[in-house]
Write a protein that binds this ligand. Structure first.
Ligand SMILES: Cc1ncc(COP(=O)(O)O)c(C=O)c1O
Length: 423
């Protein structure tokens, strides 16, 4: 067993008295992960984005080269400062940012969203607005990272039911705005259904009401631009819309970078200034950090920089085309089986249900066949977040789905109730 010899009588792991060899530890790690989902073969459609062994290698080797370097100290590591700047500039270009726009690499979507909310709150406070208990109006499908940010920052999230097409209901959001509202949110796309909210209308609403519009493009930021280049009719969602103040876009999702990398972009450097933390009232000198973290992994910055330069526009377009082909093939198979896709997803996420057997019952049977995917509850459905690797497993997935449906119809298989759990 992998952990042999490192637990005490109570079962608590303890530091081994003497170190173990790397060979032994490597074998232990391989053994430990034998029980994990087989994402390399496309068995996971959540948590992991797999664009091929070559992309993984670039990210891994770049990460390893910079694993000890610390982006907290750009003066010591001008290389990291330069790579971060280039990553930000590439992102700003993809998202039609105007002159003067700015951004930072963060540890993930949650941190990017936290910082956008923080900057918005500080900006409001700086102009004298009351910010305690101030509100963020979001569609019900928005990611819980907004609630996490609000809980830390003393704000309140107002979740507004989505429209029948599962996109943000802009009229209902307008009606939810009060004198306490600071921020509006739209997703491109939202996680539960993969649909892109009507960001154009939200942009107009934000301008009309003088509110900060944050676009959560954590999933779509490094996917939608390439899908659009391939002719997918994704409506405008980025800085080309004048009301969009900030955008979160995750490098460790469809940017295919190593985990621990997202980007947060602001329309202006003045906005970004409210995100930056400055402190000097202690004995070790002034500290100015743009993100929530102190130490920032140089490896994550280097891996993002390397993968972006490895793939280029051509590579990302090719990956986007594969993901969309996989989604369309799955959608066609679902229609044959009598399932309905929720809303109209345009990118790599979809949820489906309302078919010949209950989605949760089908999911548990697919799970037993080695498929690790999500569930949604409103309405009930199976959730898939597709990567390029999935193009090669569509037929297998659909065959297993057909069998899973038949099993439910025959009353066979697991009886325990399945519950939706995102994390
Ligand atoms: C739309 C959306 N926003 C934000 C996040 C949060 O990103 P992270 O898990 O990197 O913190 C996710 C994660 O899947 C997401 O789908």
């Amino acid at each position: 067993m992998a952990g042999d010899g490192i637990s005490d009588e109570s079962g608590r792991a303890r530091l081994p008295a003497r170190g173990r060899s790397w060979e032994e530890l490597r074998a232990a790690l391989e053994e430990l992960r034998a029980g994990d989902v087989d994402w390399r073969s496309g068995r996971a459609a959540v948590y992991v984005f797999h664009a091929g062994e070559d992309v993984l290698r670039v990210a891994r080797e770049a990460y390893a080269l910079y694993q000890s370097e610390n982006a907290l100290g750009p003066a010591a590591f001008p290389s990291l400062r330069r790579m971060e700047q280039e990553v930000i500039e590439m992102g700003l270009g993809l998202l039609h940012a105007p002159e003067g726009a700015a951004g930072d690499i963060t540890s993930g979507g949650t941190e990017s969203i936290f910082l956008a909310v923080k900057a918005c709150r500080e900006q409001a406070a700086a102009r004298g607005a009351a910010v305690a208990g101030a509100e963020i109006v979001v569609p019900r499908s928005a990611h819980p990272a907004f609630d996490k940010a609000a809980s830390v920052l003393g704000l309140r999230v107002v979740r507004v039911p989505v429209a029948p097409d599962l996109r943000a209901d802009v009229e209902a959001m307008a009606a939810a705005i009060s004198e306490r509202t600071l921020m509006l949110v739209g997703s491109a796309p939202c996680f539960p259904y993969g649909v892109v909210d009507p960001i154009g209308e939200l942009s107009e609403l934000a301008l009309e009401r003088g509110l900060w519009l944050h676009v959560d493009a954590c999933v779509g930021g490094y996917f939608a631009p390439f899908a659009r280049m391939n002719g997918v009719p994704v409506p405008p969602f980025d800085f080309e819309l004048p009301g969009v103040a900030s955008i979160s876009a995750d490098l460790h999702k469809y940017g295919y970078a190593a985990k621990g990398a997202s980007t947060l972009f602001h329309r202006t450097e003045q906005q970004r200034a409210h995100q930056v933390f400055h402190f000097e009232d202690w004995p070790a000198g002034s500290m100015t950090t743009p993100t929530a973290a102190g130490t920032r992994p140089g490896g994550a910055v280097a891996a993002a920089w390397a993968v972006m330069n490895y793939l280029g526009v051509e590579g990302y377009r090719e990956k986007a085309a594969r993901v969309i082909r996989a989604r369309e093939a799955i959608e066609a198979g679902l229609a044959d089986l009598g399932f309905r896709v929720h809303g109209r997803p345009l990118l790599g996420l979809l949820a489906y249900g309302d078919g010949p057997a209950d989605a949760f019952a089908v999911w548990s049977r697919l799970h037993r066949r080695g498929w690790f995917t999500g569930l949604v509850t409103e309405p009930r459905g199976i959730h898939l977040m597709l990567s390029p690797v999935h193009e090669s497993v569509v037929d297998r997935y659909l065959a297993d789905l057909r069998e899973a449906v038949a099993e439910v119809q025959r009353g066979e298989g697991p009886t325990a109730e399945t519950r939706a759990r995102y994390a």
